[in-house]
Design a protein around this ligand. Structure first.
Ligand SMILES: Cc1cc2nc3c(=O)[nH]c(=O)nc-3n(C[C@H](O)[C@H](O)[C@H](O)COP(=O)(O)OP(=O)(O)OC[C@H]3O[C@@H](n4cnc5c(N)ncnc54)[C@H](O)[C@@H]3O)c2cc1C
Length: 589
């Protein structure tokens, strides 16, 4: 493998990455720490105490909280000062998302405003549109929403039926019905997607004040009761020419680029949820006594807390690594700011999908264990564990379902490979020759060097992913794009590999710190478990893409590549758990 020079999306799969070149949460600047503190104080001091009232659908309060978020500069982290923002880097943007998500309902409202309404105007708006809308959205004076989905077109967003009819004076009339719109009950400015002349998918900035926009009834949801979700009915809404966003027929560019950033931020929100739940679990486990002792002393509970910590550690590592990559890419770009942002988000769209899937699934796992650690108290409303559990479920559904995001991951990798932007095909061919040769070196991760074994294991994971990718391409050729089951397994290999590498890079970067041993325990536990998951996934994949002698040869290659000795994770998990219980909070932040 070669070492990365310029950061490229997906390149980590075929290149070695150094811990010096990767951003980790431990490398936050003073400015990052300040925005973290501001957000944390806002969430714990103002949002969390308001949750009951938000759950009763007090949208005046939601508006007031959005205004406060605006006053504190939290809505404007991506926006230039010229438009009322405090433009910080993407790491800062994730820091805010992560901390806002302590209240998932307000997090959803905040996300619809800051990500789904402000960002499209920032990235695709004209100067006039930015001047007209951004300052008031950034202060929270106006509430924003994003209306893409319809009852018949969710995942298949481009199948929208909403229509925009061009008028003689160049303006448009919009008619249609949008579904499940966050902030739908009270939004003032809505990014609406509709087809011009029933054909050309296009984005518009629509004000409720234009007339013809009505909100349907609030949905009765499983969770997020403190966030407004309604249909939006558009009846002949007059939209001036100046409110066309981007170009006619280019609405997909707006929709998908916004989602790229939204997915990464959603991953960050999930990380915040994991960290808060680990703290709650640890504090409860310490206090709760059964059989004459604290439940935190039982191996079963220590295993859970240790595992929740290790998985969250890797998730947090991959999240901030990705934000760092985007910041690096933007810094190296000669394009104007908003174009550089667009290009960088497109470049790291694979990693954004990984962040979304990994974030939402680790969160569901952590919140399920949080309920379990709380026992009966986890199932009743006296404790927030049950609310968190319900609130989180939708993360696997919106911003592109996890199935759609999983399909996108290998899909984008393959597209880049075919275009020659990513040297996956030659790397896969080299690998196949290498593992078939009798003198092929086998990777044994049983070394005693701290994290050396894990770094080798990550190299092995990359090769396994390449083996799968190469084999699947050989078997199906261009038809691979229609073979969803192998694609989903390929996505899982990529997700596990990126997470494992991010954890190792982070632990290595922390090697001289006072808590280096805890970093090591978290990274080693994660990598050891990832190796087992990767082996299972790879075996299923290989069986799906070959049979007979070819399958036997591929399985032999897999055994050679993935000769990873499982680590003794019981002790490491116990140490992580005990330290978490003692601290009463997630260990690493
Ligand atoms: C609380 C909440 C808030 C929301 N907020 C907004 C918002 O603010 N703005 C907005 O525009 N939308 C919003 N949505 C809508 C959300 O984005 C959609 O629900 C989501 O995109 C999924 O679409 P769908 O519900 O039509 O499911 P479907 O697309 O019908 O999917 C159903 C199942 O089929 C699978 N599936 C679909 N297509 C494929 C395929 N090609 N291959 C494999 N599997 C497939 C899916 O993964 C899923 O498991 C929100 C939804 C909720 C619940």
């Amino acid at each position: 493998m070669t070492t990365a020079t310029v950061a490229r999306g997906g390149a980590w799969l075929i290149e070695d990455v150094t811990s010096e070149s990767s951003f980790t949460p431990e490398r936050m600047s003073d400015e990052h720490r300040l925005i973290a503190q501001t957000t944390e104080e806002f969430t714990s001091g103002e949002v969390e105490p308001a949750i009951e009232r938000l759950e009763q659908k007090d949208w005046d309060l939601a508006r007031a909280l959005m205004r406060r978020a605006g006053e504190l500069g939290l809505l404007g982290v991506n926006v230039a000062e010229a438009f009322g923002g405090v433009e910080l880097d993407k790491v800062a943007s994730l820091i805010v998302s992560e901390r806002i998500a302590r209240s998932a309902s307000f997090g959803a409202a905040f996300g619809a405003q800051a990500n789904l309404c402000i960002l499209p105007i920032l990235m695709f708006g004209t100067d006039d549109q930015k001047q007209r809308y951004l300052p008031k959205l950034v202060t929270g004076e106006l509430i924003g929403a994003y209306a893409l989905s319809e009852s018949g077109s969710g995942s298949d967003a481009l199948g929208a039926r909403a229509k925009a009819v061009r008028q003689a004076d160049g303006s448009y009339r919009l008619t249609g019905e949008k579904m499940w719109i966050t902030n739908g009950g009270f939004a003032d400015v809505i990014i609406v997607f509709a087809k011009v002349d029933g054909e050309h998918f296009t984005a518009f900035i629509v004000e409720r004040a234009f007339g013809g926009v009505t909100s349907g009834k609030e949905e009765h949801k499983m969770g997020l009761h403190g966030s407004s979700t309604t249909p939006l009915i558009l009846q002949d809404v007059p939209v001036p020419t100046g409110n066309l966003l981007g170009e006619v027929g280019r609405g997909h560019k707006v929709a998908f680029n916004v989602l790229n950033f939204g997915r990464l931020k959603l991953g960050a929100m999930c990380t915040g949820g994991c960290k808060a739940a680990i703290g709650a679990s640890a504090r409860y486990a310490k206090e709760r006594r059964q059989f004459g002792q604290s439940i935190a002393t039982f191996g079963a509970i220590r295993h859970k807390l240790g595992d929740m910590t290790a998985r969250t550690y890797a998730l947090e590592a991959l999240m901030y690594r990705t934000a760092g990559l985007i910041d690096q890419h933007m810094a190296g770009s000669a394009l104007p700011r908003h174009q550089a942002l667009l290009a960088s988000l497109e470049e790291f769209a694979i990693e954004a999908s990984i962040a979304k899937v990994a974030g939402s699934e680790v969160l569901d796992y952590v919140l399920d264990e949080n309920v379990q650690i709380h026992g009966g108290n986890g199932f009743v409303r006296d404790y927030p564990a049950e609310r968190h559990y319900r609130d989180a479920r939708v993360n696997r559904i919106f911003e592109g379902t996890n199935e759609i995001n999983r399909l996108l991951i290998p899909g984008m990798l393959l597209k880049r490979a075919v275009k020659g932007e990513l040297a996956l095909i030659p790397a896969a061919k080299r690998l196949l020759d290498e593992v078939m040769s009798p003198s092929a070196p086998s990777l044994d991760a049983g070394s005693d060097e701290p994290l050396e074994a894990e770094a080798k294991a990550v190299t092995a994971f990359k090769k396994v992913a390449l083996l799968g990718l190469g084999g699947a391409m050989q078997r199906f050729g261009a038809a691979l794009q229609d073979e969803q089951e192998p694609l989903l397994w390929l996505a899982d290999l990529a997700i596990e590999t990126y997470a494992a590498e991010s954890a190792v890079l982070r632990a290595r970067a922390a090697s001289g710190s006072v808590d280096a041993a805890e970093h090591r325990d978290a990274a080693r536990t994660f990598v050891s478990d990832a190796a087992l998951r990767i082996e299972m996934t790879a075996r299923q994949l290989l069986a799906a893409i070959a049979e007979g002698d070819t399958l036997r040869t591929n399985l032999a290659a897999l055994r050679r590549l993935l000769k990873v000795t499982p680590a003794e994770t019981v002790t490491m998990r116990r140490r992580l758990s005990d330290a978490t219980v003692e601290r009463g909070a997630y260990l690493f932040g």
